[in-house]
Design a protein around this ligand. Structure first.
Ligand code: K2U
Ligand code: NI
Length: 184
């Protein structure tokens, strides 16, 4: 079971590496690891389990955050329209995106960052992601607004990018150009 002790924090080199693609079809070991990442998210959203193990709630988790240099991520959340996203994805990649941007009006956080980093994080408002799911099936998923933000946050981790890399240092709360905010 993954707990907070398994999650590396900023400054750890794993968070700044570009991950290796996962060989397909996925090995049992890789499927097991990705399943544990998805289970962490479910546990972290279960109040009893979360409290019992001192977990930080999360809606996404990328393999570098548990010091695994593999291109795989898990998401588990409900978007603002009540649509549930619960996936383990190997080798996700954004194959197309909108010009229009979005950002979380509350700013972003990260399970690997034990501090508040205020500011808007500009993201694409709509993206299409391709990858392979836990059953080994090709997946192609179109996302927008909050769901697009979560997926971009995780895919960034697979390329050694942290959310605050996107924040305007001179003016952290500058409204990103052509952007519509998401209020979570
Ligand atoms: O990658 C991670 O560190 C997990 C983040 C993902 C995330 C942060 C901000 C915006 C989108 C995705 C954690 O989920 S941060 C904690 C959290 C929990 C519930 C809702 C939003 C953020
Ligand atoms: Ni993060």
């Amino acid at each position: 079971m993954i707990t907070m002790e398994d999650i590396v924090r900023e400054g750890h080199p794993a968070l700044r590496k570009v991950t290796e693609e996962v060989d397909m079809p996925p090995s049992n070991e890789d499927k097991e690891t990705l399943n544990e990442m998805l289970q962490y998210l479910k546990n972290s959203q279960d109040e009893q389990v979360c409290d019992r193990y001192g977990l930080r709630p999360g809606v996404g988790l990328a393999a570098p955050q548990i010091n695994v240099n593999k291109r795989m991520m898990a998401v588990h959340f409900e978007d603002l329209n009540g649509k549930i996203y619960s996936h383990g994805i190997f080798n996700p990649r954004i194959i197309s995106h909108s010009v229009e941007k979005t950002y979380l009006s509350t700013g972003e956080g990260c399970l690997s960052v034990d501090r508040e980093v205020p500011g808007y994080v500009p993201r694409y408002r709509r993206i299409t992601v391709r990858g392979t799911d836990l059953e080994g099936n090709e997946l192609k998923i179109r996302l927008k607004d909050y769901a697009a933000i979560v997926f971009q946050h995780e895919i960034d981790h697979l390329h050694g990018i942290m959310f605050y890399d996107h924040i305007d240092q001179e003016n952290p709360f500058k409204e990103p150009e052509e952007a519509k905010p998401v209020d979570r």
